[in-house]
Ligand binder design. Structure first.
Ligand code: ADP
Length: 402
């Protein structure tokens, strides 16, 4: 069976077509600038056909989906001869609120529930719904599956997801910790448990460190705590997000700078984190380069931004050792987690008092699954490349096949 994976954003739509017999990607691409001028890049992966890339009008997600399906089936760039060769579509959906603890077949009730979660995911859920509706219209009768970023974290105990604010806000508005990157935490924690020889009652701490970053505590395969909260703003600092701060800062800055709440919120989401502290960039590669360049006037701030990030990752791991009563494995994943030896070394150094050691030679490896545990370490340390799309494709196939 071929399964199409869709990750729809407000002005973009990423896709991958999987052959589920081999679990290989046969084509992938990105439709961008939807609602602006429209741009499509389509890459056939396995059959040697050429890459297609051009501007083409895409006023809405419907035209974007139409363009994608056209390329997937075209004689020149296609990988299937007709749409009947696509057995199902899996959609990444950001927020499933408290309704979804696993992936589901999309029907009218599911769409209504995703709509109800729009206040919790105001930027992403409407875009995800546009992707779903466009596919339903273009591929009637083809099963559509929703895979939620929040679902894996629904096993958190009440005391971990409850904020210490008046309880009526939870009762009236469902304000609680939800957590994100769930598909990634689920995939890499399952891989870690496999590497641990399927140890019973395993205690795994997963660090998804990309542009967005979150840490999760996973006990016996189930999430028991995670660093992101009601929204992806909470937790460790990120490329442009502040992560956790004293909430009083919001009013303080609003008053001093004459900003509205909305403007302060924008600052915390888009101008903070690594970008805000370093003044260099939100991209960790740029910040690492600036920190290593003593001629750069922002070198100190770049190093400070990295130190703040690394220290906070280590602090969360330490706190999750409390949550789990220790740890059998720590996992690094996503852009930075898979590629930055400096991040992993620094975090291991902070945790040396807990018996964490990494092998400095193996730690130089990037972007592949590897055990970097050092001699005498009481905790295993793994780099595990994440594969959220594969999880979405597997869930989609499993649901379609019942
Ligand atoms: P997202 O999916 O959240 O956009 P990614 O998981 O792709 O993010 O991670 C992007 C981040 O990973 C960027 O900040 C980038 O600088 C960092 N990154 C990617 N490759 C490297 C590398 N070789 N060294 C250091 N950081 C890297």
């Amino acid at each position: 069976m071929n399964v199409l994976i869709i990750n729809a954003g407000s002005s973009s739509l990423k896709y991958q077509l999987f052959d589920m017999e081999s679990e290989q990607i046969v084509a992938k691409g990105l439709a961008e600038r939807i609602g602006i001028d429209g741009h499509l890049k389509h890459t056939p992966v396995t059959n040697g056909k050429p890459v297609f890339e051009a501007n083409q009008p895409m006023p809405t997600h419907s035209e974007a989906i139409a363009a994608v399906l056209d390329k997937l089936t075209s004689a020149e760039y296609g990988v299937v001869s007709s749409l009947t060769e696509i057995g199902a579509v899996g959609h990444r959906v950001l927020h499933g609120g408290q309704k979804f603890s696993k992936s589901v077949l999309i029907d009218d009730a599911v769409i209504a529930a995703v709509e109800e979660c729009i206040p919790l995911g105001p930027l992403h859920n409407p875009a995800n719904l546009m992707g779903i509706r466009a596919c339903q219209a273009a591929m009637p009768g083809v099963p559509q599956i929703a895979v939620f970023d929040t679902a894996f974290h629904q096993t958190m105990p009440e005391f971990a997801y409850t904020y210490a604010i008046p309880y009526k806000y939870y009762e009236k508005y469902n304000i609680r910790r939800y957590g994100f990157h769930g598909t990634s935490h689920r995939y890499v924690s399952a891989e870690a448990i496999r590497l641990l020889g399927n140890k019973p009652n395993s205690r795994v701490i997963t660090c998804h460190c990309g542009n967005g970053a979150s840490i999760a505590a996973v006990k016996d395969g189930k999430c028991v705590d995670t660093s992101m909260g009601l929204t992806p703003l909470e937790g460790v600092p990120m490329g442009t997000r502040s992560g956790s701060i004293d909430p009083a800062i919001i009013e303080f800055v609003a008053n001093l700078e004459g900003l509205t709440r909305q403007e302060v919120f924008e600052v915390l989401n888009k101008k903070s984190g690594i970008l805000g502290v370093s003044g260099v960039s939100s991209d960790f590669r740029d910040v690492e380069a600036a920190a290593n360049d003593s001629e750069n006037p922002l070198s100190h701030r770049a190093q400070l931004a990295l130190d703040v990030f690394r220290y906070n990752v280590a602090k969360y791991i330490g706190s999750y050792m409390v949550t789990l009563g220790g740890a059998d494995a720590i996992v690094f994943t996503a852009g930075l987690g898979e590629n930055s030896p400096e991040l992993r070394q620094s975090v291991a150094d902070w945790l040396s008092g807990f018996g964490v050691r990494i092998d400095s030679e193996k730690n130089k490896l990037r972007g592949k699954l590897v055990d970097i545990t050092g001699e005498g370490s009481t905790v295993k340390v793994f780099i595990i490349p994440t594969n959220e799309e594969l999880v979405i494709a597997r869930d989609t196939k499993a649901i379609v096949e019942g």
